[in-house]
Write a protein that binds this ligand. Structure first.
Ligand code: KG4
Ligand code: ZN
Length: 336
């Protein structure tokens, strides 16, 4: 029997510092440190994010290793070190990249660079009931909104994407208009639970093909709110959140339906931070049941940024011997 493949993975592309250990494609540990320092600024401050990553990275990696029962004297059991290479905030990426490179050099192990968006898609392969290939994945995060056709773990094709804001930005920007703190997405979700999704209706974009647009929705909400009396938002917060969420989810579900019609593929996954949204999760499930799709929704822990998704992607890259040199640079923007 061959020796199991053990990978240590690090994710530091935005404002979460995370480390994970994966053995033979099974996630053994996934430790995530969030950065609360940004809340008071209403968005992620890149310089503060890099500094917080520097403070967090050693304890986070220590936690992930000890949860996987790997002691500091036992690091030679690790077969490869993986890190998020792109895209993301460059200062944040650099912290994870330098840490991963130092470990790879010290342990004389191969280094694996992972694309963050590929990892969000492959988060669906974690667990006992993964989708079979080919599948479609609606990847909805704070920075990206894409429909991806996954032919195999390492063969992913972007067949649609946003032409302006990402779905997460649409949640966060409208939340800000409603006076909610950053990141507003989860709070919109919370208030929407007791609101009426049909209370207010907002402009729906008419974008060709499988592409998305969310900036018009944000403007439509802004103009609507400007016309109201003082105190309107406080009185109608739950209905406003439910209606905004309904509009965003509607845009997403319509495009995934179109992608199913075009490709004939009925294995449908979602991924990225916005896939934690309860409205999107139930809409996907309901639509899937109605139209005979097999739907897959990653567990909550693997929806928002985490190193387990980097680890599972690195596992497939390891099997394909896709290693990078120690002088490889991270990149803020990179296509795959
Ligand atoms: O994937 P992610 O953790 O980070 C990026 O790579 O961007 O996504 C973060 C985004 C934020 O915009 C956040 O507001 C949104 O995901 N988000 C949600 C929910 N949880 C996180 N949006 C709506 N409902 C949620 N429950
Ligand atoms: Zn992400």
């Amino acid at each position: 029997m061959s020796k199991p493949v053990t990978i240590l993975a690090i994710e530091s592309s935005c404002d979460e510092t995370s480390a994970s250990v994966c053995v033979d494609g099974k996630i053994i540990s996934n430790y995530i440190a969030n950065q609360s320092v940004h809340e008071q600024y209403g968005g992620v401050v890149p310089e503060l994010a890099s500094r917080a990553h520097m403070q967090n990275i050693v304890p986070v990696v220590d936690q992930a290793l000890s949860a996987a029962h790997i002691s500091r004297n036992d690091l030679s059991v690790i077969d490869a070190i993986a890190f998020t290479q792109a895209p993301g905030l460059i200062g944040s990426l650099l912290v994870g990249a330098q840490f991963a490179k130092s470990m790879a050099l010290a342990l004389n192990k191969p280094l694996i660079g992972v694309h963050h968006m590929q990892a969000h898609v492959l988060a669906n392969l974690i667990g006992d009931n993964p989708p079979s290939f080919p599948f479609l994945c609606l990847t909805v995060s704070g920075g990206h909104t894409q429909i991806v056709l996954a032919h195999s773990p390492l063969q992913l094709e972007v067949i649609g994407e946003t032409i302006d804001d990402a779905a997460g930005e649409a949640f966060d920007k409208t939340a800000k208009l409603l006076g909610l703190p950053y990141p507003g997405g989860p709070l919109v979700d919370l208030h929407a639970k007791t609101g009426n999704p049909k209370a207010f209706s907002f402009a729906e974009p008419q974008i060709p093909e499988l592409n998305f647009s969310f900036s018009g929705l944000k403007t439509s909400v802004l103009y609507f709110l400007q016309k109201q009396e003082p105190g309107f938002i406080e009185q109608h917060l739950n209905d406003l959140c439910a209606s905004v969420q309904y509009a965003i989810v509607n845009i997403l579900i319509k495009k995934i339906k179109k992608a199913v019609q075009q490709t004939g593929i009925k294995n449908i996954c979602i991924a990225g931070g916005v896939s934690a949204n309860s409205g999107l999760r139930s809409a996907l499930q309901e639509t899937g049941e109605k139209l005979g799709w097999k739907t897959y929704i990653p567990v909550f822990e693997y929806c928002t940024d985490n190193a387990a998704m980097i680890a599972i992607t690195a596992h497939y890259k390891f099997l394909d011997q896709q290693f990078i040199d120690l002088d490889a640079s991270p990149s803020a923007r990179a296509t795959w």
